[in-house]
Ligand binder design. Structure first.
Ligand code: ADP
Ligand code: MG
Length: 731
């Protein structure tokens, strides 16, 4: 039995009852378990002195510094709570530049002078940790002699307990910084960008006469797509294990053509997995709401309700971790890669984004009065202009080797970042530019000074699913984030871009007011100019069509299809200014990120290329040579049996064709090997990434083509890798 047959056998022996044995245990109401593993407000009230709770709450809501006394009180309270819940260890939970989360556990146990064991957790332990930073990517931010970095508690994201089979750990969300205060992680810039939004959006609210809101923050709801395959197949595919995607695999005759998976009924084992995963997420206070089958076979989605951007980011990291962990219990492996299977839909993360004030008002929700609508339009147009001016930066924020298979590969969504508004809003913006009335019925129009604004109806019906940045009624949906990525960089980019434009708007409006215009005139003038300028970014048509590519080019919109190309935008003068203006990232921090992302890209492609070679040489070649020999032996026996010439010729033709494919395989292996040798010690990281992108990747694709052809021609019993039709349909 070869490896593939073994896997197949294992899968067929799975017994569904094994996975539903704990149904009883799962019967508790989900309301009762929601947030039980979170040090949330109700828990804080219970475990903290009231004064400490009030102080902490104020800092969470309004910012401020946590002093030693408060840290001690919180540390004590959270320790008592965590130990009651069975935690033995605590960890600073952080998000280094790897895109994953990191943790280093320390025990609550300590020993007093007499070596008697005691529980101890100090304010200092809570506030700051010192993991050895030397093995995390820093992109040149840390010199080797200063390997230390430190983690600093982020009180705006609640602490939580992660349960494992044999214990539990208290996790403290933290930032990760160098000793010079430079961000070594993805959370710190996100927090700074949230502050930039707060500062600039509040200015706009004040201009509109809102003096009660104390804070504005971005809200995010990230829909997460993923694939599930049986673990037996997974472990027989070195490409999946090492790179997260299949580097080979002929298409299955049936793929997603029948459109029968999307929203289809969920298979028993998958549903059992989803139910347990959701319970774990509820315990962590993560408001997951929706689950369904996605377009590709074996593809699924989970979506939470939206939350403050910082918390949504932490929660998305947890969703990815919990899903993976629970999937393993059901003998599945969860694939987060953006393109695990060629020829089928990839996975992304729809990043729903909006702005909220401290009173809970959604600033991108059209209001009921003209005054509210003018303010709504201001935030709407600011976001449009931000996407226009900083589209390249937003594109760079989602650039990765995995995501290149989606963006820029004629798949959803495209690499051209445009905005979809829908018919009504498009008309309104046009009317503002042309300074003319929109043709609406009387009841739809509200007098507003000299201009007329229609009542803006919340439009949730006519959505353009092909748009990468779509306005969907009361929020924007940014659809280009990759499924395996942290959502922090994308939101950092969007927040930074919008904050810069809001700042511009506030300056211009104030200027206009100072020149004697009334508020309506002052705002309208700014909006008119911004709409005119940003018009090229508005697109309501089919974003996947080749015509749009042509059209976008004419409009001067960037179309960066590859990561090495897209990343250059990070270090452009315009974008460095945008980042530094509000202290989201310093020039040095930006450059370090550019370095890290380029290096990650090259390293990843190197691993992919080496894995492809390994599979081709040690798994495919021996098998196809064996089959080739068999075809040849068959001809010998036909000759020996003295069969007619035509029959022998037919078989010779078959052997010849097959042998040509085998020769082609040898050629492509050699070509890829040579290319990998040729790169040598390229020092220029941009050039190196481009080499991998434009030389290695095409050579890998050529190799794949030959192998996939051979898969279609070789005796099924010989083929060593689980096939698409098995991984995607048989579980
Ligand atoms: P879909 O896009 O699948 O049709 P919805 O439009 O109802 O579904 O919502 C999708 C996601 O948008 C959900 O995760 C939801 O929480 C999120 N969302 C809704 N309102 C906001 C908001 N104001 N800010 C951020 N995200 C939001
Ligand atoms: Mg959506």
């Amino acid at each position: 039995m070869n490896a593939r047959e073994e896997a197949f056998k294992e899968v067929l022996q799975r017994n569904i009852t094994k996975y539903i044995q704990n149904k009883e245990k799962l019967a508790n109401g989900i309301i009762d378990i929601f947030g039980i593993n979170v040090f949330n407000e109700s828990t804080m009230i219970k475990y903290l002195p009231y004064k400490a709770y009030k102080k902490l709450k104020k800092i969470i809501d309004e910012g401020g510094v946590i002093d030693e006394e408060l840290a001690e009180a919180v540390a004590h309270g959270v320790k008592e709570w965590a130990i009651e819940k069975g935690a033995t260890h605590f960890t600073h939970w952080f998000q280094p530049m790897t895109g994953l989360t990191a943790e280093k556990h320390d025990s609550f146990i300590d020993f007093d002078k007499n070596k008697i064991p005691i529980y101890r957790f100090s304010g200092k332990n809570l506030r700051q940790g010192e993991p050895d930073a030397s093995s995390f990517p820093s992109g040149g931010l840390r010199s080797t002699f200063e390997a230390r970095g430190y983690t600093a508690w982020d009180p705006t994201s609640p602490m939580f307990i992660v349960e494992n089979a044999n214990g539990a750990t208290l996790c403290i969300p933290t930032m990760f910084l160098s000793y010079n205060g430079e961000a070594l992680d993805k959370k710190t810039p996100l927090l700074r960008s949230i502050e930039a939004i707060n500062k600039t959006a509040l200015r706009i609210l004040r201009i509109f006469g809102n003096n009660t809101a104390t804070r504005v923050y971005p809200t995010v709801g990230a829909e997460q797509e993923y694939f599930l395959i049986d673990k037996a197949y997974y472990y027989k595919r070195p490409d999946l294990v090492l790179t997260g995607r299949t580097l080979f695999g002929a298409p299955s005759p049936k793929g997603q053509q029948m459109e029968d998976h999307y929203f289809g009924s969920i298979k028993e084992r998958v549903l059992a997995f989803m139910q347990e995963a959701e319970r774990e997420l509820y315990k962590l206070g993560i408001p997951v709401k929706t689950r369904h089958n996605e377009v590709a076979p074996a593809q699924f989605e989970i979506a939470p309700l939206f939350e403050e951007a910082n918390i949504a980011n932490d929660h998305n990291q947890l969703i990815m971790e919990v899903l993976k962990k629970i999937a393993a219990k059901y003998d599945f492996v969860l694939l987060l890669h953006e393109k695990p299977f060629a020829g089928l839909n990839g996975s992304g993360k729809h990043n729903n984004w909006s702005l909220s004030d401290s009173e809970g008002n959604n600033l991108l929700d059209p209001g009921k009065t003209p005054h509210e609508n003018l303010q709504f339009l201001t935030f709407l147009v600011a976001t449009i202009k931000a996407v226009y001016k900083y589209g390249d930066l937003i594109r760079a924020s989602v650039a990765s080797a995995g995501n290149d298979h989606r963006l820029g590969a004629n798949e959803a969504p495209p690499a051209i970042i445009s905005v979809y508004l829908g018919e009504q809003l498009t008309q309104i913006l046009e009317a503002i530019v042309n300074n003319k009335k929109v043709e609406y019925t009387d009841e739809q129009i509200i007098q507003l000074g000299i201009s007329k604004l229609p009542i803006i109806l919340k439009d949730v019906t006519d959505r353009n699913r092909t748009s990468p940045f779509a306005f969907t009624g009361n929020k924007f949906e940014f659809r280009a984030v990759g499924s395996s990525m942290s959502i922090a960089p994308a939101n950092t980019a969007i927040n930074t871009a919008v904050a810069n434009i809001l700042d511009e708007f506030a300056n211009e409006i104030e200027n206009n007011l100072n020149q004697g215009m009334d508020l309506n005139q002052a705002v309208m003038k700014v909006l008119r100019e911004a709409i005119k300028e940003s018009k090229p970014v508005l697109f309501d048509g089919n974003n996947y069509s080749p015509e749009w590519e042509e059209e976008a080019k004419r409009r001067g919109l960037p179309n960066y299809k590859t990561t090495p190309e897209a990343l250059k935008a990070l270090i452009s003068k315009k974008n460095i200014e945008a980042f530094t203006k509000f202290g989201v990232l310093s020039k040095k921090e930006i450059e370090s990120r550019y370095n890290i992302y380029l290096e990650q890209y090259s390293k990843l492609l190197n691993i992919e290329a080496e894995t492809a070679l390994m599979i081709a040489k040690t798994m495919i070649l021996p098998v196809v040579q064996r089959y080739q020999k068999e075809l040849a032996q068959n001809i010998s026996s036909l000759i020996a049996a003295n069969l007619n010439n035509e029959l022998i010729q037919n078989n010779k033709k078959l052997l010849e064709q097959y042998s040509n494919n085998v020769k082609e395989l040898l050629d492509k292996i050699e070509k890829l090997e040579n290319l990998l040798t040729d790169i040598g010690e390229e020092k220029d990281i941009q050039k190196k990434a481009e080499y991998y992108c434009y030389k290695i990747l095409p050579a890998m694709n050529d190799l794949r083509k030959v192998v996939d052809n051979l898969e279609k021609e070789t005796d099924d019993a010989y083929w060593p890798l689980p096939k698409y039709r098995e991984m995607l349909f048989i579980c």
